[in-house]
Design a protein around this ligand. Structure first.
Ligand code: ZN
Length: 115
């Protein structure tokens, strides 16, 4: 968990720091740039806050090595593929349900016709 520097007003903000306001309580928070994209706890209201990623910030600016970035990229892609597979399964399921429903409706219609 990244540490938040307290007393943001008195702390000198470095170029590498990210300054932003807590969306919950509005407290001005300052965090080291390595905290970009991480979830931290607000030092004032203790609610989880997502640290914004500054415009133009490159992944390479982070201290992650390329292996770690690749690992995360592959994990994301795997999750994406799994989600696509689930969607395809659900679609197949939906078609089967529609077919079953159609058959039931036909059966009900025929039943009513005989009555
Ligand atoms: Zn807060």
């Amino acid at each position: 968990m990244a540490e938040i520097e307290d007393n943001a007003q008195e702390t000198e903000i470095r170029d590498t720091d990210i300054a932003f306001d807590c969306p919950h309580c509005g407290k001005n928070l300052v965090i080291d740039y390595r905290g970009a994209g991480l979830e931290i706890k607000c030092s004032a209201c203790e609610k989880p806050v997502l640290v914004p990623i500054p415009d133009g910030m490159q992944l390479g600016d982070l201290d992650l090595d390329s292996g770690e970035i690749l690992r995360q990229l592959f994990a994301t892609r795997r999750n994406y593929q799994r989600a696509e597979l689930e969607i395809r399964k659900l679609k197949t399921c939906l078609v089967q349900l529609k077919t079953a429903l159609g058959a039931m409706e036909t059966a009900v219609d025929e039943g009513l016709g005989e009555a």
